[in-house]
Design a protein around this ligand. Structure first.
Ligand SMILES: [Zn+2]
Ligand SMILES: [Zn+2]
Length: 237
């Protein structure tokens, strides 16, 4: 497990004073472990494309140009924040610092900012699976922790054990778009009969969307008819 210094500091502050803001360490003065100031600081995606959650030019309606040319397999992607300071700190505190309170905070912000009404009410939540070896080394799947909190908040059902990550893919960083697609092709295996018709994939951060696309491909092959995605953060272009 790699721990960055900022995430370690956040974790230590929180452990010493539970019930406080997971980002600044001050009393949050409310139920949520995130103070008003830090929550307002979480940068929103301005004018997001409904298919890829990247910002669109002002005044453009429908999907962005790249999505019109090459639509992703998932029908929609919504993200609660841009993957920039301090949203990135929250993600790293969970993923690398193991601060589980961050998962609850991220789910609460997602549930508040993202329009749940735009998604089918009978959909099931599916956290992006990690390869079993990586999950064993990390001790948890950060997307599962977020999805469990979201399921509690919105009354959704959770998909477990219907999809597995087939082999440990090489790190995606450093590969171009085509390389990423090849690297991830067939990375997921969904079991027919275990996959419901409508699925909302839950992820902590979406960078290029190729992981989501590969997962959607496996779900559609296994019988899903409608796949959407919710992420806490979206990496800006
Ligand atoms: Zn704060
Ligand atoms: Zn788009």
């Amino acid at each position: 497990m790699s721990i960055t210094l900022p995430s370690l500091l956040v974790r230590l502050t929180w452990l010493l004073a539970p019930g406080r803001c997971v980002l600044c360490g001050l009393a949050s003065h409310r139920q949520r472990d995130l103070c008003d100031v830090c929550e307002t600081d979480l940068p929103r995606v301005i004018d997001p494309c409904p298919r890829c959650a990247l910002p669109m030019a002002p005044g453009v309606s429908g999907s962005c140009g790249p999505c019109l040319l090459r639509p992703p397999r998932y029908l929609s992607l919504q993200a609660a924040a841009r993957y920039e300071d301090p949203a990135d700190l929250l993600v790293q505190a969970l993923k690398f610092g193991g601060l589980r309170a961050a998962a609850k905070v991220m789910a609460e912000v997602m549930y508040e900012r993202l329009p749940a009404a735009s998604l089918p009410p009978d959909a099931w939540l599916l956290p992006v699976p990690l390869h079993p070896w990586r999950q064993w080394r990390r001790g948890f799947n950060q997307s599962t922790l977020i999805a469990e909190e979201l399921a509690r908040l919105g009354g959704w059902r959770l998909i477990t054990r219907a999809v597995r990550r087939r082999r440990s893919t090489r790190p995606q960083s450093g590969l171009n778009r085509a390389g990423r697609r090849r690297n991830l092709a067939h990375a997921f295996e969904a079991r027919p009969g275990r996959v419901p018709g409508k699925v909302i994939i839950i992820d902590d951060v979406v960078t290029t969307g190729t992981t989501l696309d590969a997962l959607t491909r496996a779900l559609l092959h296994a019988g899903a008819t409608e796949v959407h995605a919710w992420a806490f953060a979206r990496t800006p272009p």
